[in-house]
Design a binder for this molecule. Structure first.
Ligand SMILES: [Zn+2]
Length: 429
């Protein structure tokens, strides 16, 4: 029989239910074997590892569902493509993926990665070569000629093979999506509109309705998911009618879009930290160079939070994740700062945001049967938090408060000491 790990006396935040105090979670190998009150918990044996959590919070590992590990704190679209050779960028992305895991995110869903770096990371993490979260890999940005991402001046004579796949017309989109999947991508990224920090404005629709429909259909035919940078109401509507899986940002959504979300079962990744941080950073003088982006981001900040709340109340599943690594104001490692903007700006509860960050993230990946909540039989992706994130999500911003991070039963990091055997006499019998 394998050794078990007992996490005792926790304030359990399981990802869906209200917190429960004084709970015991038993992990056997890579799975959660038992979740119960102290009175009903099995007794630990001599060889078992026991930690007394003393009321610390125990919650599922989080899912970061809009991730760019290969954005190396870049300041322009061109830098995403040209700042580093692919070999160095891969190493940087590997360090970022490890950092994400150390920030409490045991899962990530890519939102665009040059040179198929996400795919290499996913496979290297899964084989045990490097540490990191479970990755749903994204690939190049699939865009049309003249799209915001197609930004290298033409006289440079440079292709965009690393960052993007430029294609026009339904046939080329079909081929491009198939190429992404052939390169190992799990979720394809489209850029149907401008806006939300891009040079072209939000009403700029760079893909035809037919191209969007073909791209979505092709991804689904091959068993992949597909997401889109979607800002204008028109763009969001077309993409949802096509059945896109994730609407990124979604600044222009309205009640009609909410209806379409509910019909298609699509997820919204509102990424509200980006406009919030850029506007506050600009106003405080930290980033004077982003003046041209500010009016549109201020407009988003004024309007989007109420829409996100409305979508949430209507039942649209929301996931978290944002454009960390883009600009000096959003460095890698600040990931958990995103969480608090939703209670602050949208008026949703901390527990609802925790559900977005755990349950909804696993559901988006189609892995809710084994991840996303703390329940018997699921994989043991867990966080022990010194503090109560159900009362204040800011406790997750300080990595010192993450006393244990566990992924699939493996302890990624731990700053707690095991309880001595004598302390356990008579416990949990
Ligand atoms: Zn992004």
């Amino acid at each position: 029989m394998t050794n078990r790990t007992f996490l005792c006396g926790a304030r359990l935040i399981d990802g869906v239910n209200p917190p429960q105090n004084d709970m015991v979670v038993v992990i056997n190998d890579d799975r959660i074997m038992k979740v119960s009150s102290k009175a009903k918990a099995p007794a630990p044996r001599k060889k078992d590892t026991v930690y007394n959590l003393d009321g610390m919070a125990l919650m599922p590992g989080m899912a970061f569902c809009h991730y760019h590990p290969a954005y190396d704190n870049v300041n322009s679209l061109q830098e995403i493509d040209l700042k580093h050779p692919p070999t160095k960028l891969t190493l940087i992305a590997a360090k970022n993926a490890e950092l994400l895991l150390n920030c409490g995110y045991t899962m990530s869903v890519g939102a665009g990665a040059a040179h198929f770096i996400d795919v290499v990371l996913r496979d290297s993490i899964n084989s045990g070569l490097i540490p990191g979260p479970r990755i749903m890999a994204c690939g190049r940005d699939v865009v049309t000629t003249g799209d915001s991402v197609d930004s290298h001046p033409k006289w440079w004579g440079l292709g965009l093979q690393g960052l993007a796949k430029v294609c026009d017309g339904p046939d080329e989109f079909r081929r491009a999506v198939r190429e992404e999947i052939a390169n190992g991508v799990d979720i394809v990224k489209l850029y149907p509109t401008g806006g939300h920090g891009l040079p072209n404005d939000s009403e700029f629709l760079s893909m035809s309705e037919e191209e969007i429909h073909v791209a979505v259909r092709t991804a689904h035919e091959r068993g992949a998911k597909i997401r889109g940078h979607l800002i204008s109401q028109r763009g969001i509507k077309i993409a949802l009618e096509a059945g896109i899986d994730v609407v990124d940002h979604g600044d222009g959504l309205d009640d009609e879009c909410i209806e379409l979300f509910l019909k298609s079962g699509s997820y919204l990744a509102p990424s509200l930290y980006f406009p919030s941080r850029l506007v506050s950073g600009y106003l405080s003088g930290e980033a004077p160079g982003i003046a041209s982006m500010i009016p549109e981001l201020e407009h988003t900040l004024e309007n989007h939070p109420a829409k996100v709340k409305r979508a949430h109340d209507a039942g649209v599943p929301i996931v978290i994740g944002d454009d960390f690594g883009f600009g000096s104001l959003m460095p890698h490692g600040d990931y958990a700062k995103e969480l608090a903007v939703y209670p602050d700006l949208c008026g949703v509860s901390n527990l609802e945001v925790i559900k977005w960050a755990t349950h909804n993230g696993a559901a988006l990946q189609g892995r809710l049967d084994e991840l996303g909540t703390i329940a018997e039989g699921k994989l043991a992706d867990l966080l022990v938090v010194d503090g109560d994130p159900s009362k204040d999500l800011r406790v997750l911003q300080d990595r010192n408060n993450l006393k244990m991070i566990m992924k699939g039963g493996d302890v990624v990091r731990c700053s707690m000491t095991r309880s001595e055997e004598s302390e356990l006499a008579g416990s949990y019998r």
